[in-house]
Ligand binder design. Structure first.
Ligand code: ADP
Ligand code: MG
Length: 213
């Protein structure tokens, strides 16, 4: 459960939610704007602390860990994909994708090699050295997907990954996400209210006023 108190009034934003996603499974979280989807995703992603309840990732309880340990969990076990890509502007596609590996201690040369291989796999071989500003939104989201899975995370979280894309790029993004998850086996949670991509869900969970329907 998670609440916010504004002007003396407490509102449950995530209310008595029992949620799970299995390895390799792609679960969609849908629901109207303000229903608590992003809040729940942030709790799963160890970015936000709940008021009560437990969060387990790959059999490990993570909600009781301190800040430094939670940061390591994010680094080593979780991949994030955002609506607006959140690529690092001054870095090439290749270096954006290499960042998570260098944070884990890999040398830049090795990380770039791995990153280059993955970019080739997602169809961006020719764009390795390009900056995000020189790429289309669909290409940027491909780079962001590659960055999110380069460490083969146990958990992959995507918040409205197709909302900033046209229909065709949105479909391509989901096709690619499914293909990558088939390799990494990540438990995948996708927040969306884009009906065009619902067919990519293994399961759909609907939130309303912080509660799972
Ligand atoms: P969704 O992603 O489904 O649109 P959110 O999880 O972003 O919904 O937000 C759920 C509710 O919680 C909304 O009413 C929002 O205004 C409120 N909320 C989210 N974050 C905060 C915050 N930091 N402080 C106060 N209220 C918040
Ligand atoms: Mg949201």
């Amino acid at each position: 459960r998670k609440s916010y108190t504004i002007g003396g009034e407490t509102r449950w934003v995530v209310d008595d939610v029992d949620f799970h996603a299995r390895s390799g499974e792609c679960v969609f979280l849908s629901g109207p704007s303000g229903s608590g989807k992003s809040t729940l995703l942030s709790i799963l992603g160890c970015l936000l602390e709940s008021d009560s309840g437990e969060v387990h990732i790959a059999g490990r309880r993570v909600d009781t860990l301190g800040v430094a340990q939670r940061t390591k969990i994010r680094r080593d076990m979780i991949g994030f994909v955002f609506q607006r890509f959140q690529l690092i502007r001054g870095l090439s596609a290749e270096d954006n994708v290499a960042v998570p590996l260098t944070l884990q201690g890999m040398s830049l040369a090795d990380a770039r090699e791995r990153s280059g291989d993955l970019l080739t796999r997602v169809g961006l071989d020719l764009h390795r050295k390009q900056l995000p500003t020189a790429m289309s939104p669909g290409q940027c989201q491909r780079v962001a997907l590659a960055r999110a899975v380069i460490t083969s995370p146990k958990l992959l979280l995507a918040d409205e990954p197709t909302a900033a894309l046209d229909g065709k790029s949105g479909i391509e993004t989901m096709e690619l996400l499914k293909e990558l998850v088939a390799t990494t086996g990540s438990a995948t949670v996708v927040v969306t209210h884009d009906p065009r991509i619902l067919k990519y869900a293994d399961r759909v969970c609907e939130l309303e006023n912080g509660r799972l329907k």
